[in-house]
Design a binder for this molecule. Structure first.
Ligand SMILES: Nc1ncnc2c1ncn2[C@@H]1O[C@H](COP(=O)(O)OP(=O)(O)O)[C@@H](O)[C@H]1O
Ligand SMILES: [Mg+2]
Length: 162
């Protein structure tokens, strides 16, 4: 599903990724662990091409995202979701509405279907009792879990969690 070959990312004052290689199969869950500042976020940003690698290749489901055209890249990105280290929930919407919104607007689910699915996902991340709370009524960790439920609601093939 994802093949990373000799990936290098160089900034003027740091080279967080020197020669990263990985083969990730469909269904696999991979954790990247390391101290702060060692390139974990940079790796994820290279995977969905928010960041342009200095060298190497990243093949996602047969498409080389390091050499993809704008339209190929858009197609690959539609399969991929990312939950950022600092994530944004809509402050004026309830937790459950945050999770429902994209499935209704982008996947065409009915509000009832999206609501049922959002409750299932919030239950899965341990937040069923917070479904009707606003983000500012939740702790940082609880907000992050709402953001994870929201990302899972999009039923994407690849999920990146920073
Ligand atoms: N946009 C950038 N410009 C310059 N240096 C950056 C940039 N982003 C990250 N870095 C540097 O790259 C290194 C890795 O950063 P990062 O990937 O955010 O680490 P991690 O997520 O593992 O904490 C750090 O030394 C950081 O200062
Ligand atoms: Mg990081």
């Amino acid at each position: 599903m994802i093949s990373i070959r000799h990936l290098k990312k160089e900034y003027p004052n740091a080279t967080p990724l020197r020669d990263v290689n990985a083969e990730i199969e469909k269904g696999e869950v991979i954790s990247v662990i390391g101290p702060s500042g060692t390139g974990k976020s940079t790796l994820l940003r290279c995977l969905n091409r928010i960041e342009t690698p200095t060298a190497g290749q990243i093949i996602v489901d047969g498409t080389d995202v390091t050499a993809a055209s704008a339209s190929e890249l858009a197609r690959v990105r539609r399969k991929m979701g990312m939950v950022f280290q600092s994530f944004n929930l809509f402050a004026h919407k309830l937790a459950v509405e945050n999770v429902m919104m994209a499935p209704v607007d982008l996947l065409g689910l009915s509000r009832q279907e999206a609501y049922d699915e959002a409750l299932r996902l919030l239950d899965m991340v341990g937040l069923k009792d917070k479904a009707l709370n606003y983000p500012d009524e939740l702790s940082g960790g609880q907000r992050q879990r709402v953001a994870i439920a929201r990302a899972l609601a999009m039923r994407l093939e690849i999920m990146l969690f920073d």
